[in-house]
Structure formats: structure tokens, C-alpha cells
Design a protein around this ligand. Structure first.
Ligand SMILES: Cc1cc2nc3c(=O)[nH]c(=O)nc-3n(C[C@H](O)[C@H](O)[C@H](O)COP(=O)(O)O)c2cc1C
Length: 144
């Protein structure tokens, strides 16, 4: 059974909707998906999974949410383990700069990002939710 972890922070629920759709896409007879708010997640939940999805909206001025997600991402530093990872999150008025920086940071630390992060403006619509499900499916399929 593949173990897939989806760990996210969401203030107003948009990234949470993305997390749930991604998890629905990843689930299958051979895949067990754990969806966790970052406040309930441990480093082990992330690095002992067979695949990992991390979600956070653009906050501050194009940065990760600083109270919970930023420290969690910091705690993953030095923990690279080769599992496939995807990033996702909602934004509003920006151009996705927070996600570009997050991708670069993860790649510089040696993590294997399956593809560029999935970003959706505000609340995901049906098309956005379908993109999240497709990403979840791709993440599950990437587990060897
Ligand atoms: C304090 C705060 C800072 C934000 N900073 C940005 C930003 O820098 N760039 C941007 O595109 N959106 C920014 N936003 C908008 C959020 O990313 C957007 O509302 C998103 O949908 C929130 O996702 P959530 O519902 O998962 O919390 C900010 C929102 C808040 C409340």
C-alpha cells in the first residue's frame, strides 16, 4: 500500500479545498492518503510517506504563512529522501512569486518536485478542482 501525505495550511479554506481534491485524486485501491493540517503534522508524517503534497497560499508579501507553514518547511531542511513531492496553493492579487520561490527552495534542498507547483486564484472552481485531482493521481502514480 502506498502511503501519501497531503499537508497544508489554509486560512479561509481555498487551499484546504485544493488539498481535499488532490487527496481524492491520489486515493485508490493501492494508495492510502492522509490529509493533515500542518498544525497536526509532524516531520515524520512528511518524510516517511511514499509521496508528499504540501499546500500553502500566498501570504505576507509573497511568502509562505509564517506561523505554522514556514517553520514546518524549515524543519524539512536536510531531510531530502527522494520521494516525489508536489506543491500547491491559492493566491489572489500576486503573480505566483511565492510558489516560484518555494519550488526553488525545495529543489535547492535536493527534494524531487514532480512538476511546478499548482496555483489557483482564490476559490478553486470545477476546473481547478479537476486539476487538483489530476495532480493527486499523478503523484500517486509516481510512487515506484
Ligand atoms: C495576510 C494575507 C496576505 C496575503 N498575501 C498575498 C500575496 O502576497 N499575494 C497574493 O497573491 N495573495 C495574497 N493573499 C491572498 C491569499 O493568498 C488568498 O486569499 C488565498 O485564496 C487564501 O487561501 P486560503 O483560503 O487557503 O487561506 C494574502 C491574504 C492574506 C489574508
Amino acid at each position: 500500500m502506498k502511503k501519501i501525505a497531503v499537508i497544508y495550511w489554509s486560512g479561509t479554506g481555498n487551499t484546504e479545498q485544493m488539498a481535499k481534491a488532490l487527496a481524492a485524486g491520489a486515493e485508490g485501491p493501492d494508495a492510502e492518503v492522509k490529509v493533515l493540517s500542518v498544525d497536526d503534522a509532524t516531520v515524520d508524517d512528511a518524510i516517511q510517506a511514499d509521496a508528499l503534497a504540501l499546500g500553502c497560499p500566498a501570504m505576507g508579501n509573497e511568502v509562505l504563512e509564517e506561523g505554522s507553514m514556514e517553520p514546518f518547511v524549515e524543519s524539512l531542511e536536510g531531510q531530502k529522501n527522494g520521494i516525489p513531492i508536489v506543491l500547491f496553493g491559492s493566491y489572489d492579487w500576486g503573480s505566483g512569486e511565492w510558489m516560484k520561490e518555494w519550488e526553488e527552495r525545495m529543489r535547492n534542498q535536493g527534494f524531487t518536485l514532480l512538476e511546478d507547483g499548482l496555483i489557483i486564484q482564490n476559490t478553486p472552481d470545477e476546473e481547478g478542482l479537476a486539476a487538483c485531482r489530476a495532480l493527486g493521481k499523478k503523484l500517486a502514480a509516481a510512487v515506484v
